[in-house]
Design a binder for this molecule. Structure first.
Ligand code: SF4
Length: 195
């Protein structure tokens, strides 16, 4: 490797400094660990699941804010959950970028509705959104439910509405989703995690 005189002295000085500090007991490793501790010391740790794909990696989210009404909580750090059986603390690049996803200005945080013929999406409450979905489902089921086939076999099918559940659903959430949609006759049902 080519090195000029200035670079040579710089390398020697940093090498000497590093080894001398290590000999005096100042190994850089604990120092780095302390920096991390300090960053997360006052944070609240919350376990969650990466929302992106069907692997369903476990994550630890660290937030600041004591949950008082006048304090806006903020997520400051996310990392893989070392105790999670799926990923054992690892995350792929998508999962590792979750902090940017959370703070993105484009992130949708509430239901929106665009009526027939309208150009703009309008924010609506969860109550309005769920009521609207329930009414549309009922109207569609009433209009298209098939109780029997042409030759008289009972089938109780509803084929014109489908359900796509989230990839981060747990087994329990998947089970409950089945229990909700199957008794209504819905056959078109999928989940990114393939429940
Ligand atoms: S971290 Fe990557 S592999 Fe894991 S669930 Fe998220 S997107 Fe999928």
């Amino acid at each position: 490797m080519d090195m000029n005189r200035r670079q040579f002295f710089k390398a020697c000085a940093s090498g000497l400094g590093g080894s001398s500090l290590a000999m005096l007991g100042f190994s850089p490793q604990p120092v780095l660990a302390e920096t991390r501790e300090f960053k997360l010391a006052r944070a609240t740790e919350t376990r969650n699941t990466c929302p992106y794909c069907s692997v369903g990696c476990g994550i630890l989210m660290y937030g600041l804010g004591d949950k008082a009404k006048n304090v806006a909580a903020e997520i400051i750090h996310i990392e893989g959950d070392p105790d999670h059986p799926v990923n054992r603390g690892t995350l792929c690049p998508k999962g590792a970028g979750l902090l940017d996803f959370i703070h993105s200005e484009n992130r949708l945080k509430y239901p929106e509705y665009r009526g027939p013929g309208e150009k703009e999406w309008k924010r609506i409450s969860w109550d309005e959104a769920l009521t609207k979905v329930a009414k549309l489902m009922k109207a569609d089921r009433d209009a298209n439910f098939i109780a029997k086939t042409a030759d008289g076999k009972t089938v109780n099918r509803w084929l014109t509405t489908g359900m796509l559940a989230a990839s981060a659903s747990s087994n329990e959430a998947g089970y409950i989703t089945h229990k909700v949609v199957r008794p209504m006759g819905m056959l078109v049902f999928d989940n990114q995690a393939r429940v």
